[in-house]
Write a protein that binds this ligand. Structure first.
Ligand code: MOS
Length: 729
């Protein structure tokens, strides 16, 4: 039986807090942790499949033009080679996860360097790779395609444009004003597990083991790409080694393996090489952002301007939503916001960890630091003075808002010195030492979600949904929620995820996972509780379940009398999403040292205080925050996609040349989880958390660099050359 719940009003009853098992909100290690660290959790490419052939993608070595011919015969004569496919379907691009169809194009058309154009299938991986390398492709290259955003005419994204009051006037009249332009470089998701698929076709049904974030959506994309019905497809993604947006949509390996399996009548595996992951999976757009801040003598904003330029391929819908939180972050009645997209020939731009705020907040928060300096106000105090009491652009209240608490608790825990600030006050040998801070914000999203919960006659429970766990802790928090609601030890709750045979979950993306699927499980468990209460002639809200028994009465096994109770919970975000602005907030504090001779920056310590509604599990929540702060360090100091200005190819397409922070770059990080219940965010009062930890953190580092050595750098990442160039004297 399906129980449908649409949230239309805030729920202040906070039922979960009244439950008696006491496991939600408790630190619990991940239930799948042992399987992962002992190597027994199978990832997509690791499923043992009898008679599996190996496919290797061939990618374009021009940026714009078309394929004129391929010398397939020469390659087919090589040892072990089974087929060379250049089916139109192969060029289905990794899609964004918002459209219902996977973008396809004419196979002969090349619109970016690294675009898959063919698949070579052989008996072994080595044979396939060798043949793929030897496939001779002739192209007709098209000259003059724009490769850099500066060379393209930008298109305005109207839905982001705001003109309120008169910003130019506010800037002219301001006691203190800031008008600065920042740039950020493109980023790669760089998930540990490369994109990989094994497809099997039995003549009527396609089964694909793949590494995906959103099975509910991926199944319709794949059906569309292959002209199949959704019920002819089964997708399995039980364990995913990170996605960060790059697995929101199906990637080329999924389609290529499927096409090959269907054409060849045998299972085919396709695993992207690390270089291919960089070259053909979505990138985060580079950005150029102009910030204008006008403030009165007390530092209170009277004007706010944020203009961003991003890029994507021609025809792609996605535009990095740089302004997402700028719309409501701070007050200022005179406002101008605009987002523009330049059409250029780099691989598809799409969601990479915290699309929008990941790059928008570091620019805004670095500009706020300049305003604090000009106004002579402590940076924490400046933020506190500018927290709006409602959304400044739309007449909407916030669902809940913990920025002030995060700023105060974070400052306290970090030991923030609110005295007067000046660069170059502290030196340790050849290193200047300084501190900086920034606010964090990330919009809260929720998505429709379904989960089946079965309370078994033996007193254990089963949770089933096609929701994924991409390393976030979904398995664990769902066991906790179900355990809490039904009075069970989470160890007695088996959670099965990542299989489209189960009810459709929301997938993992946009930090909506825990709140959305957690709510579906909550709805299903409420229905199970009602059924139990009915049998006992009690009101559900008066019934206390704990340790497998009804308080003061029978055990669940006795109540069940040998029969399972199964309910499908169907949660849907209701009108409430139009009534409130919902966002997670936080504050970052950083201490860095900058080498006075080389300009190298090292992070000494960093702390983030975050408020994102109910904390379901402080262990997994803290890990998410630490991951986010780690991304901030990469964004601030080292991560940048570099494209060749002549032919447009991505130059640094491996983990040796694209520098994600490694252990030595990440000091002990501290996280403060600020207590919050958000009654309008979701039925379980939780908000999104995964991405919040990186939304602004890079600015805390940038501001600390300035405080340390006096270098104001306007380009992220703040690599040694850039810091050195901006260093005074
Ligand atoms: Mo996310 S970048 O929506 O996985």
């Amino acid at each position: 039986m399906t129980v449908h719940f649409k949230q239309d009003k805030p729920d202040t009853s906070n039922r979960l807090d009244g439950m008696k098992q006491g496991v939600v909100g408790q630190p619990m290690p991940r239930v799948e942790g042992l399987a992962k660290v002992t190597g027994t959790a199978p990832y997509a490419a690791e499923y043992p499949v009898e008679g599996c052939a190996e496919g290797v993608l061939v990618t374009a070595t021009i940026t714009r033009g078309e394929v004129v011919s391929m010398d397939k015969d020469a390659v087919l004569a090589m040892p072990g080679v089974i087929a060379v496919l250049d089916d139109a379907k192969l060029t289905t691009r990794a899609a964004q996860g918002t459209a219902d169809e996977a973008p396809q194009q004419d196979p002969a058309t090349v619109c970016y360097w690294g675009q898959p154009i063919a698949l070579v299938v052989a008996e072994t991986f080595e044979q396939a790779r060798d043949a793929a390398k030897h496939l001779k492709v002739e192209y007709r290259e098209e000259a003059g395609a724009p490769l850099d955003p500066a060379d393209a005419e930008p298109e305005e994204q109207d839905e982001d444009t705001v003109h309120q009051g008169d910003l130019a006037h506010a800037m002219a009249e301001a006691a203190h004003s800031v008008d600065v332009t920042y740039t950020t470089k493109g980023h790669a998701s760089a998930a540990m597990e490369p994109h990989a698929s094994i497809a099997e076709w039995d003549g009527t049904k396609l089964t694909v083991h793949a590494s995906l974030q959103m099975l509910n959506y991926n199944i319709s994309e794949l059906a569309d790409a292959l002209d199949l019905e959704e019920d002819q497809i089964r997708l399995v993604s039980r364990f995913v080694g990170g996605g960060f947006g790059s697995k929101l949509g199906i990637s080329e390996d999924v389609v290529a393996a499927s096409v090959a399996a269907m054409e060849l009548g045998r299972p085919v595996r396709v695993v992207l090489s690390r270089q291919q992951v960089f070259q053909c999976i979505m990138r985060r757009s580079e950005t150029k952002q102009r910030l204008r801040l006008a403030a009165d003598a007390d530092g209170k904003l009277t004007g706010f301007g944020h203009h961003a330029l991003v890029s994507n391929l021609p025809g792609e819908e996605f535009a990095e939503p740089v302004l997402q939180s700028s719309h409501f972050m701070y007050g200022g009645e005179n406002r101008e916001l605009m987002l523009e997209v330049a059409r250029i020939h780099r691989m598809t731009a799409g969601s990479v960890r915290a699309p929008g705020e990941a790059v928008g907040m570091p620019a805004l928060e670095a500009a706020m630091d300049i305003l604090a300096e000009k106004a002579g106000i402590d940076p924490v105090e400046l933020r506190l003075r500018n927290i709006p009491d409602k959304n400044p652009e739309e007449d909407l209240p916030f669902s809940s808002h913990k920025l002030a608490e995060c700023l105060r608790q974070g400052a306290e825990a970090f030991g923030w010195d609110s005295g007067p600030r000046k660069p170059r006050q502290s030196r340790d040998g050849e290193w200047w030492v300084g501190t900086g801070m920034a606010s964090a914000a990330r919009v809260h999203n929720v998505e429709e979600a379904k989960a089946r919960v079965t309370l078994k006659a033996d007193g254990t429970a089963l949770v089933e949904t096609d929701m994924t766990d991409i390393g976030t802790g979904t398995y664990t928090i769902l066991a906790q929620i179900a355990g809490e609601m039904m009075g069970l030890d989470p160890a007695d709750v088996l959670v099965e995820l990542g299989d489209t045979r189960h009810p459709r979950g929301p997938g993992s993306g946009g930090s909506w996972g825990a709140a959305s699927i957690g709510s579906a499980v909550y709805v299903a468990c409420t229905a199970i509780r009602e059924e139990i209460a009915g049998r006992l002639d009690m009101a559900e809200k008066d019934m206390e379940l704990r340790d497998g028994a009804v308080a003061g009465g029978k055990s669940l096994v006795e109540v069940l009398e040998g029969k399972d109770i199964a309910k499908e919970g169907h949660y849907e975000p209701g009108d409430i999403t139009d009534d409130f602005t919902a966002s997670g907030f936080g504050a970052f504090f950083a201490e860095v040292r900058v080498n006075r001779w080389t300009g190298e920056t090292r992070v000494n310590r960093m702390l983030g205080a975050f408020g994102f509604g109910r904390v379901l599990n402080p262990t997994t929540a803290r890990s998410q925050c630490i991951g986010g702060i780690t991304w901030s360090i990469g964004l601030a100091l080292t991560e940048m996609l570099e494209f060749d200005p002549v032919d447009g190819h991505l130059v640094n397409c491996d983990l040796a040349e694209y520098h994600v922070p490694v252990h030595r770059d990440v000091p002990d990080l501290d996280v403060v989880l600020v207590e919050e219940r958000d009654p309008a965010a979701s039925p379980i009062q939780a908000k999104g958390i995964g991405e919040l930890g990186m939304c602004g953190g890079a600015a805390a580092i940038a501001n600390a660099i300035y405080n340390a050595c006096g270098a104001r750098v306007f380009d992220y990442p703040m690599s040694p050359d850039r810091v050195l160039a901006a260093m005074p004297e």
